[in-house]
Design a protein around this ligand. Structure first.
Ligand code: TLP
Length: 347
């Protein structure tokens, strides 16, 4: 039985071409800037994001942390969405390690924060108040239905930030899903931000790694911050090689994942006992609810797992997440829908 693992796009395995590239990678000591493969990946990543420079890091969490620590000093404040990954799921790194305070603004269901809400969160100059330094956005927005923020919205936040002398950081872990869904070049989504991270290890299927992109002077500082965090890697070209293949071969195919997600969402909407907002599904992330009291969330997950389907239940609630990715084929969508239907009918 094929296990259909829909818990996350982080479960993707490297392709045969990636393994071959990793095997053949030319390497050197990257802390001395002597790894040609890392250097090439950083150049490619910077170019993709329309930025001057880039820095290879171990994970998306490390990338976001390197950026917040580089932008902000102790006691300063970051404006963050209430459902942002940085706030909810990165172990409070910026506060724990940087003494940086998150100032939470409500995320709308489409992943945006209202401009007026952002503006009223910006502090004035008063000896009692922390200084606002940074606004963080997320695209696609994981916990807001994987929705894609438009270039126009990001530009308007950028303009607001500049008006107040603030910087903007974009958690673009899945920036290419956003670009593909919106039919734009990723650079359009990053032109108004000061720093951006994206991940090779999610939908792009590389085994490890993310990258921080921004102006050269920012990246030089970020390189120091990465070292402080113990993230200076040595012959990292072995893993960077997979990132190069990811950029060359795995971006355009994300459209398939979006098609599969839409088909899954449409199928789920037909199952009595499950509830979903089909219109909210724009990329590869789907959330739906179990609307039947004949089955607990734990039973639902366990019974699906017996049928070879894995998904995530959100923290003891009746809300579930499915993520489509490389390795999930059109026929797996049919198998998954059949299993969902059976589990509900058998309850
Ligand atoms: N997200 C993971 C889990 O942590 C939830 C997932 O399975 O979706 N930004 C965003 C928007 C993310 O979704 C994630 C990972 C990260 C940052 C962190 O990346 P990693 O896992 O590489 O540290």
């Amino acid at each position: 039985m094929k296990v259909i693992d829909l818990r996350s796009d982080t479960v993707t395995l490297p392709t045969a071409t990636m393994r071959e590239a990793m095997c053949q990678a030319e390497v050197g000591d990257d802390v001395f800037r002597e790894d040609p493969t890392v250097n090439r990946l950083e150049k490619m990543a910077a170019e993709c994001m329309g930025k001057q420079a880039a820095l290879f890091v171990a994970s998306g969490t490390m990338g976001n942390l390197v950026c917040t620590l580089t932008h902000c000093a102790r006691g300063e404040e970051v404006i963050l969405g209430s459902r942002s990954h940085i706030f909810l799921n990165e172990a409070g790194g910026m506060s724990a390690l940087g003494g940086i305070q998150p100032h939470i603004v409500e995320n709308q269901p489409d992943g945006t924060m209202r401009l007026e809400d952002i503006e009223s969160a910006i502090r004035g100059d008063d000896v009692h108040w922390p200084r606002t330094r940074l606004i963080c956005l997320e695209n696609t927005h994981n916990y807001c239905n994987g929705s894609a923020l438009s270039a126009q919205y990001i530009d308007s936040v950028g303009a607001l930030a500049r008006c107040h002398g603030l910087s903007v950081h974009l958690d673009g872990a899945r920036i290419f899903n956003a670009a593909v869904a919106l039919g734009v070049n990723a650079k359009e989504l990053t032109r108004s931000v000061d720093s951006v991270i994206f991940c090779f290890s999610k939908g792009l299927s590389a085994p490890v790694g993310s990258v921080v992109c921004g102006p050269s002077d920012f990246i030089a500082e970020a390189r120091r911050t990465r070292k402080v965090l113990g993230g200076g890697m040595r012959q990292a070209g072995i893993i960077a090689a997979a990132g190069i293949t990811a950029l060359e071969q795995m971006v355009d195919r994300l459209a398939e994942d979006h098609t599969n997600a839409r088909r899954l969402a449409a199928g789920i909407a037909q199952i009595k006992g499950l509830s979903i907002d089909v219109r909210a599904v724009q990329t590869n992330i789907i959330y739906f609810e179990l609307a039947s009291d004949r089955l607990s969330s734990e039973q639902f997950v366990a019974r699906l797992e017996k049928k070879g389907i894995k998904l995530l239940c959100l923290g003891g609630s009746s809300c579930f997440r499915i993520v489509t990715h490389y390795g999930i084929e059109a026929e797996d969508v049919d198998v998954t829908l059949a299993a969902l239907r059976e589990v509900i009918e058998e309850s």
